[in-house]
Design a protein around this ligand. Sequence first.
Ligand code: FCB
Length: 450
Amino acid sequence: MTVLSFPDDFLWGTATSAYQIEGAWNEDGKGPSVWDRFAHQPGRVVGNQNGDTACDHYHRWREDLDLIKELGLKAYRFSISWPRVMPAGKGKVNAPGLDFYDRLVDGLLERGIEPFPTLFHYDLPLALHEKGGWTERDTASAFGEYARVLADRLGDRVTWWITINEPQIVALLGYLAGMHAPGVRSPRAMVRAAHTLLLAHGESVRAIRSTAKRPARIGIALNLAPVHPVSGRAIDRQAAENFDIISNRMYLDPILRGAYPPNLWRYFRPFAPAIRDGDMQKIAEPIDFLGVNYYTRVVVAGSRLIPFLGGRMVKPEGGEYSDVGSETYPEGLGELLDRIWTDYHPARLLVSENGIAVKDVPDTAGAVDDPVRISYLRGHLAVLHRTIQKKVPVIGYFIWSQMDNFEWSLGYGKRFGLVYIDFATQQRIRKSSFHWYAEVIRRNGLEDMR
Ligand code: FCB
């Protein structure tokens, strides 16, 4: 069988985020985040679960790093909890919080693994939310200040930085649908939040670049998806274009072209944010790579009854679906990366998240076999290999997730990890996909199954 080989310096990785794994929500001087408060409110999360303990990674990080080393990862993406480092979001720095990430970075480097910190993965300091949060421009300046603190402390050892994870999800689920913290439901708040998040990204790129001691490579992680009309009818095609503009282009265009898509604000009339002189230049501050979080495609059916978007998402028939109901569609990863490369030409691309939720259950011997996950990953890697052959500069691939964790409003029931977590005992169990991925990394490629 032929082997699909990847470039020699390809960055094989996994990803996690602070609130989803750390626990220790109120230890060592950490301030509360919007997620601490949100998850403590009854009815917000399935089963009223919360991230108070999560994977207890704050205390078990050495064991987790040993597993990462055993897996053979070249790179590990984690996020830094802003309120652990700056309990009120600005001003005072919490030394024990910063020390934690300093040790984590050293722990990775000692094990030969490249750290990929993300500065913001949903856990906004509650104190900033109380002053307006992402709807308030000052939050972007506060984020710049926080980025400077991190670059000053870690920038002698960290090369790769991801500013913000999925601004679209924060704006849409946090400020429009109210399904994520802070639970706001307002179209006006949503568009303002999106603009401030983009501004914050730009502020932090500048802050890191001017502060870090070693040359930094900075990017952002966007959740992106190809949008397909359910049929060739004009109404379906129009709806698909609308979805593409407000979910993909609303973030890609400002960052990589320095302008919002033409006509974007007609979707949000009368809620367009106030854009000040200099904002767009700041947002388009050059980045070194674009992180793409890809899980599935979006299929859209047009409808005259739906104002604003002119359509709704539908489940295509005959597909395979994950435990969170998303379709397994590996071709979409190739289509997406090709399109971004052709339309935007970012310096480099990184698959910053890809993975699948499966109902994993240990067998009587305590082993966890997850062939569905292996098949999902294999399919996506085969497509990625083809994309790289076409000279699209993809530098790495990060699986979501290193371990099972707190899946936001869906709680602990949705498992994405290569490592199974028994949340009652905090025991870690390597799934079959863990061994499979270790072998892919060891061979720097995989068998061609087609
Ligand atoms: C992404 C998030 C990540 C996790 C995965 C399943 O949208 O970045 O935190 O929830 O989805």
